[in-house]
Design a protein around this ligand. Sequence first.
Ligand SMILES: *[C@@H]1O[C@H](CO)[C@@H](O)[C@H](O)[C@H]1NC(C)=O
Length: 179
Amino acid sequence: MASFSRAVCSSSLVLFFLFLSFSEARDHLVGGKSDSWKVPSSESDSLNHWAEKSRFQIGDSLVWKFDASKDSVLQVTKRDYVTCNTSSPIETYTDGNTKVKLERSGPYYFISGAEGHCEKGQKVIIVVMSEKHRHFMGVSPAPSPAEVEGPAVAPTSSAVNLKGSFLVALGALLGFLMM
Ligand SMILES: *[C@@H]1O[C@H](CO)[C@@H](O)[C@H](O)[C@H]1NC(C)=O
């Protein structure tokens, strides 16, 4: 029994620190490089290609670096994203060193404010993982923006979260108490 408790305790501790490192809020440089906010040269170079490989959680931030005299970032509705309509953005970011905090789960739509750039593919959908769909220990690839039908549809991905950390902390505590 004692060795079982010790095993539970030590593995709980390992998991606890693992979860701590996972649940930190992160900054995501959109496109992965400082010059990524531009018309993509090919489909595989597209920003959505990058976004599909990334995992976004509530509390994370998106960061854009661009020449503020030539470009901007517009947060728009899904409809304006699809049609590249720059006339009534939800938010406009023009400072060239833009940081946007992701406060909710679901899709965010961004397009370039530079004339003609959105039509040439300078646009990105960021899908923030849903809190209620996260599962303890669950790890799965980020949902593809193409699978997202609209704001009402929550992405069905899972991830480690803060709640998981607390559970593991509790487990570690119990492990100590049982020793
Ligand atoms: C762009 O959006 C505005 C405001 O929603 C609308 O009035 C306009 O007709 C749209 N333009 C196009 C080309 O769809």
